[in-house]
Design a protein around this ligand. Sequence first.
Ligand SMILES: NC(=O)c1ccc[n+]([C@@H]2O[C@H](COP(=O)([O-])OP(=O)(O)OC[C@H]3O[C@@H](n4cnc5c(N)ncnc54)[C@H](OP(=O)(O)O)[C@@H]3O)[C@@H](O)[C@H]2O)c1
Length: 334
Amino acid sequence: MNNRSLGTTGPQVSALGLGCMGMSALYGEADRTESVATVHAALEAGVTLLDTGDFYAMGHNEMLIGEALRTAPAARREQALVSVKFGALRDPDGNWSGYDGRPAAVKNFAAYSLQRLGVDHIDVYRIARVDPDVPIEETVGAIAELVEKGYVRHIGLSEAGAETIRRAAATAPISDLQIEYSLISRGIEDRILPTTRELGIGITAYGVLSRGLISGHFSRERQLAATDFRAHSPRFQGENLQHNLNLVEALRKIAEGKGVTVAQIAIAWVLSRGEDIVPLVGARTRERLSEALGALDVTLDEADLSAIEEAVPADAAAGERYPESQMAHLDSER
Ligand SMILES: NC(=O)c1ccc[n+]([C@@H]2O[C@H](COP(=O)([O-])OP(=O)(O)OC[C@H]3O[C@@H](n4cnc5c(N)ncnc54)[C@H](OP(=O)(O)O)[C@@H]3O)[C@@H](O)[C@H]2O)c1
């Protein structure tokens, strides 16, 4: 597996990371045994970056990763780097009630994450959404104190906009910005990507398959539980969904012409956008993981890239990437 650097100050990580969220939350039922087996298979294949959030099913995802690390061969466990998001507030019913980036809260979140993961340090630590009531300097400054004490190795950001990225980078070294980036979510290209590149900050890209929408496996017939993110995502509704699935069919023609799958084209496209970008794939099963890893062997030449651009132009998607109430929390969209 090739490695990429998370910015100029971050660690070397595998060119593809494994996003573990869907193993606990937001995409319907997941199988715990298969989830752990998927993490093990990823580590075995050379994936070193595992991404989670303390709020993914209220600690469930961290405990799952903790179990997977404990039961992995020592050599694989030692190579694994865990990236953790914190700050989202939940209630016992699972409702979301804002973000907390106050320094005391940052340290409190970290203390619980270390315990749930069963590790003595977190490799990359970041607030999931910028807390509008707390200057980013204070949130990042609190993580920097955790770095000094050895509890955290690197500081990341998530869904931060250009101005916040600059302020954070002026406070402490930032390894990477985690943000949505895919063939149908290209908002970072105008201001955010030039800013991270200027400052030597890497990108860990999520939603590379647009939460399964452009994986080639999603269909109108798919039944979604009310707790499934996609049941409320504008891109998965009615006419928007049909429009977006038509884009997938255009991509499928290109994929078939190359003897690969739609998901592999979508992941390979993100990989092709720069060595500073590490796609996080949300595989929940070994089968999906194996398909995703296959993208590392897909080469896209100029003709392929133009055909893809023609099939899915930059602003081709119908519907915003989050429901309106959640768009309001995205500093990156300001
Ligand atoms: N910072 C943030 O705000 C933020 C937000 C969201 C996610 N994340 C992180 O980024 C990670 C990835 O995001 P995501 O899960 O939304 O991304 P994704 O990779 O775009 O979507 C994952 C979904 O795509 C479907 N899929 C179909 N074929 C696949 C394949 N070959 N490989 C992988 N998935 C396939 C899977 O559904 P089926 O299993 O049903 O096939 C899976 O649930 C998350 O796990 C999380 O760690 C961060």
